[in-house]
Design a protein around this ligand. Structure first.
Ligand SMILES: Nc1nc2c(ncn2[C@@H]2O[C@H](COP(=O)(O)O)[C@@H](O)[C@H]2O)c(=O)[nH]1
Length: 264
């Protein structure tokens, strides 16, 4: 199995390097990751500047770009093969609920998914890498469990659609880890207020405030599962259409005149 491994915390991040070391036992792994921390960069691509790739060590390359840039250039030219799996992480902190919209970790995995490759984003719930060994073990075990499904794709007459999983691992000792749970995304309250400070030169600085606290952490959500010590696994989709609202808007705009009609 060939794995492309990326992240958003940067190519020297503990979470990436620990996962890289663990996955080398079970797969051919190549790292293409950002040069620096690109947290909250979501699916951003760099369109207005050149990207440069440097070798950091055997099997590890880094890019002066976003997480999605790394996966994008790896899949569209840097690699001379198509990986079987795109893995992103292990993120320094949670990617639950609304986090997934902003997350560079999810963005990297989603870029693989958009190119038709199964992908998984892994995050360790608490920042600072507490019990990172637990997250590495959980990630390796899940990838091993999925390996037969991934391998079968090569032999299918019609390659099945890819899938995209968002996985959050609770920061607990490995011995306390509960079995994985398939969950829906919860919701956070709105983020905290912006932090305003004065620079040494008298300019006002604005810092994005902290993520909101859990708003929907009901049973069945990723928040609830991880709080109970379970690995939370959520299948994601890219279609942002509010399908349940299509009929409403069709009816609501039924009477809308076209701009040309409004001029008569
Ligand atoms: N508004 C804030 N959101 C935050 C902050 N720290 C993290 N986050 C959210 O979590 C994800 C982290 O995901 P990553 O994969 O991008 O590292 C981030 O995208 C936000 O949604 C914070 O301080 N403020």
């Amino acid at each position: 199995m060939k794995i492309l491994l990326s992240n958003d915390d940067g190519h020297q991040a503990l979470g990436l390097m620990a996962l890289f070391a663990a996955l080398k036992d079970i797969a051919d792994v190549e790292v293409v990751a950002p040069e620096h921390n690109n947290s909250a960069k979501s699916n951003a691509l760099t369109l207005n500047a050149p990207l440069y790739v440097h070798q950091a060590g055997e099997g590890v390359r880094y890019v002066n770009g976003t997480p999605a840039d790394c996966v994008h250039i790896a899949l569209t030219g840097l690699l001379d093969y198509t990986p079987d799996l795109v893995i992103s992480g292990i993120n320094n902190g949670a990617n639950m609920g609304d986090d997934t919209i902003y997350s560079g970790t999810v963005g990297a995995a989603m870029e693989g998914y958009l190119f038709g490759i199964p992908a998984i984003a892994f995050s360790l719930v608490d920042k600072g890498w507490p019990h990172l060994d637990t997250a590495v073990a959980a990630a390796k075990a899940l990838i091993q469990d999925l390996a037969p499904m991934v391998a079968r794709r090569k032999h299918e007459h019609r390659v099945p659609p890819p899938w995209l999983l968002n996985v959050n691992v609770p920061s607990v000792p490995l011995g306390d880890l509960q079995p994985p749970k398939i969950c829906r995304l919860g919701r956070r309250h709105s983020a905290e207020r912006v932090i305003q400070q004065l620079s040494p030169r008298g300019d006002t600085m604005y810092w994005i405030g902290a993520a909101g606290a859990t708003m929907d952490g009901a049973p069945g959500t990723d928040f609830h599962a991880t709080a109970q010590g379970h690995v939370a696994i959520t299948p994601l989709m890219v279609d942002l259409t509010a399908h349940q609202d299509l009929a409403y808007w069709s009816q609501a705009l039924h009477s809308m005149r076209s701009p040309s009609q409004q001029q008569t």
